[in-house]
Design a protein around this ligand. Structure first.
Ligand SMILES: NC(=O)c1ccc[n+]([C@@H]2O[C@H](COP(=O)([O-])OP(=O)(O)OC[C@H]3O[C@@H](n4cnc5c(N)ncnc54)[C@H](O)[C@@H]3O)[C@@H](O)[C@H]2O)c1
Ligand SMILES: O=C(O)C(=O)C[C@@H](O)[C@H](O)[C@H](O)COP(=O)(O)O
Ligand SMILES: [Zn+2]
Length: 375
């Protein structure tokens, strides 16, 4: 996209593939139509705009901007949150695309949190074997993680994100203004993925959060002076990793830090936990596991485990899971995509920003780590 269109947005390239724009007024500003057009490209005539029921004003604003660009906009409201990520909802959207006669020069726009961008991306990946998708995340978690990187997918009864495709977006538009209406608990959940980036790659993120955790999870979090830098740092971590390893052959696994246990909690709790909340306790679980397995040793290891507890507790994110159900959690963890055959694999830390892998830990070790985060 041309710099002349938007001087105030930060442009974060994902390799040579596409840009993530971060800034203010990107949806509501007078040049929103040009910006969206720049991301979609000249050939697109029609877009399917997928959105949740909770953001009517934003949906109308984005529709208006797309129409100003001369695009025909077909809108589909989908169920809120994780209920959007089902085969039934995807099939409904495929039906709409079919009835509207969408071709390979048409596109999908995902407007919403990570649940919507995962679904919209998956529908775009599968329609006619792949049409363009532009992601417009409206949650913090969507901006720093879900909308970037091309992992798309839906859940099945057996687990989280078990069906999906790698399908990079044509562009990502992160308008920080939209966070003003985001419920505080959802903003805080997004901070869990930001903190994840701090532990795996960018310790400055941890310093920034530790400088004022109360401000970042309080009522004024959306206007906190560090928020934009945190978003940009987290996006840069993700962009660098996915540019190097889109299909998760190795490096990309580090973005899954905390997710083996976190996804299991989400599934066992029938998605009543927010994703970021589950990732929070998942990071504590895997930090404890890493210490038990000898990856985190000595005073430095103890300090890093304590830092997990401290930073996440200071944001009032969960660091314990008291729901019991260990056998169910273990079954769910075995379905993690990092598993190979009967061997569970975890992303662990050997130190700050030093991710490593723990392969095939015994059930006794897994349960001992569980005892440290539960009961
Ligand atoms: N593809 C990836 O790489 C990736 C990465 C991380 C997470 N995810 C997925 O993302 C999902 C979680 O995303 P999430 O945390 O954004 O949750 P979400 O999509 O469920 O959104 C949270 C809530 O906020 C509401 N909302 C969204 N924007 C709003 C706004 N601006 N104002 C008011 N309300 C708003 C939504 O309607 C919903 O109720 C999970 O399914 C997770 O698996 C995917
Ligand atoms: O982008 C990635 O790669 C990630 O793992 C980011 C995670 O935060 C995200 O929740 C992702 O959807 C998990 O993917 P999965 O492959 O474990 O389903
Ligand atoms: Zn995640």
């Amino acid at each position: 996209m041309s710099d002349s269109i938007d001087q105030s947005a930060t442009r974060i390239p994902v390799g040579d593939d596409y840009d993530v724009l971060v800034g203010h007024g990107l949806i509501s500003g007078a040049d929103a139509d040009a910006r969206l057009g720049g991301l979609l490209g000249e050939a697109v005539e029609r877009v399917l705009l997928v959105h949740p029921p909770t953001i009517d004003a934003l949906t109308q604003r984005l529709t208006a901007a797309l129409e100003r660009r001369g695009l025909t906009v077909v809108t589909e409201e989908v169920p809120d949150a994780e209920a959007a990520k089902t085969a039934e909802v995807a099939a409904r959207l495929w039906g709409r695309l079919g009835r509207e006669g969408f071709t390979r020069t048409d596109a999908v726009v995902g407007l919403g949190g990570g649940s919507v961008t995962d679904l919209a991306g998956f529908v775009a990946a599968t329609w006619l074997r792949g049409v363009a998708v532009v992601q417009v995340p409206t949650t913090l978690l969507g901006m720093v993680d879900a909308a970037v990187g091309g992992k798309t997918g839906i859940n099945t009864a057996e687990g989280k994100n078990l069906v999906g495709a790698f399908h990079p977006p044509a562009g990502v538009l992160c308008d920080l203004d939209v966070l003003a209406t985001l419920p505080p608990a959802d903003l805080t959940a997004g901070l869990a993925e930001v903190v994840k980036c701090g532990f795996i790659a960018d310790p400055v993120v941890l310093d920034l959060v530790e400088a004022n955790p109360a401000g970042l999870c309080g009522p004024d979090a959306a206007t906190h002076p560090s928020l934009r830098e945190l978003v940009e740092r987290a996006v840069r971590v993700k962009a660098e990793v996915v540019a190097a390893d889109l299909r998760e052959s190795s490096l990309r696994e580090i973005l899954n830090y905390g997710h083996t246990f976190g996804h299991a909690v989400e599934q066992v709790e029938r998605y009543s936990w927010r994703h970021g909340e589950a990732v929070s306790v998942g990071m504590v679980y895997v930090a404890e596991l890493a210490r038990l397995a000898g990856h985190l040793t000595g005073a430095e290891g103890d300090a890093l485990v304590a830092r997990h507890h401290g930073i996440l507790e200071s944001l009032r994110l969960p660091t314990r899971y008291d729901g019991g159900r260990w056998p169910e959690l273990l079954t769910a963890m075995r379905r993690d995509k990092k598993s190979r055959g009967s061997q569970l694999r975890f992303v662990v830390l050997d130190g700050p920003a030093r991710p490593a892998r723990l392969t095939g830990p015994g059930d006794d070790l897994l349960e001992r780590a569980y005892a440290l985060v539960s009961g």
